[in-house]
Design a protein around this ligand. Sequence first.
Ligand code: CAA
Length: 380
Amino acid sequence: MEFSLSEEQLMIQQAAKDFAQNELLPDVIERDETQKFPDSLVKKMGEHGFMGMMVNANYGGSGLDTLSYVLAMEELSKIDASASVMVSVNNSLVCWGLETYGTEEQKQKYLTPLASGKIIGAFCLSEPEAGSDATSQKTTAIDKGDHYLLNGTKNWITNGNQAEVYIVIAQTDRDKAHRGINALIVEKGMEGFDIGPKENKLGIRGSDTHSLMFNDVMIPKENRIGADGFGFKFAMKTLAGGRIGIAAQALGIAAGAYDLALQYSKQRKAFGTEISNHQAIAFKLADMHTKIQAARHLVYQAACDKDAGKDYTLSGAMAKLYASEVAMETTIEAVQIHGGNGYVKEYHVERLMRDAKITQIYEGTSEIQKIVISRSILQD
Ligand code: CAA
């Protein structure tokens, strides 16, 4: 299948590429080392329109299609996956849910500043004892009439400290199991809401990951998204789209590592010739290129399914599963092609290899994607 990109899509792709080269590349190693992502750079991503790409312009977004978003994610991720995960979470996990299921008041109050990049958001589902097994929520949101009383802990939350707005999934009625779960909008600074220390991670070290603690936080009823008990379905539907964003991130990481390996192989000489002339290296590049193209087709297809109003749960899960596996394989090979230099930070591929690993874990591990895929094909 041929994906022919429109003028506008090509323009978005180029804009993301330029932003990545000019704004993200210069200090990417420093951000990885210090685990700090300056607020000024988050603001710049917002000013360039990366934070609410698919949100309607009435709510401060860019009103673009999913394929444009995926193209931008791919370009940003070639250079800095810490930056692109912020973009992915804000677009897919925060803005999409608010725009699709939020009330007009919630959209005015929260979506508009989030989509225009004035503030960023976080999506809080995972818990110390509920990662893959997401229905086992221990966090509670007890109905107190005009408000919910929120108690519990959320883990590994992307944008954990930098966010101003948090969508928190919590159990209201345990007797109703997953049908008794709600999604609540929580603001930073609410009494009883505390942010834990930053996680010291293997990869995407620039991204801001924290645990969050809620101790008798009063959440007004109007901050619930959707009907009572819709929270788990809300999380699943949100994640189905989120997985397309992470698939695009994985694709970008793989493509970024491949570009560096290709370039290096044409310059580095061994045994009297450029290493690309050795079949051992040329075959690695052939495999990498083929797998990346296959992943690209799956990722773009999932985006096109979403844009066409088709069900994208299966195509998004397949795209994430495959692209994240390709990201891991490709980055390992890119380090191998670079030899000793690949182990050194200045050559970028070791960071991409570390960054690739998380794409097989967050927004549903590879094993969870196989559950989603197998259930989908078996029920047909
Ligand atoms: N769309 C709509 N509804 C869905 C759905 C979907 N894609 N998938 C499941 N549901 C609904 C089901 O219909 C069911 O509802 P009903 O009983 O009312 O019909 C309900 O959800 C429960 O579904 P299951 O019985 O299938 O639930 P399960 O316990 O077997 O688990 C699962 C399903 C797919 C494994 C799910 O638990 C899952 O996706 N786990 C992974 C969680 C995850 O991805 N976490 C990532 C955290 S976020 C993150 O990483 C963000 C970040 O920082 C980058």
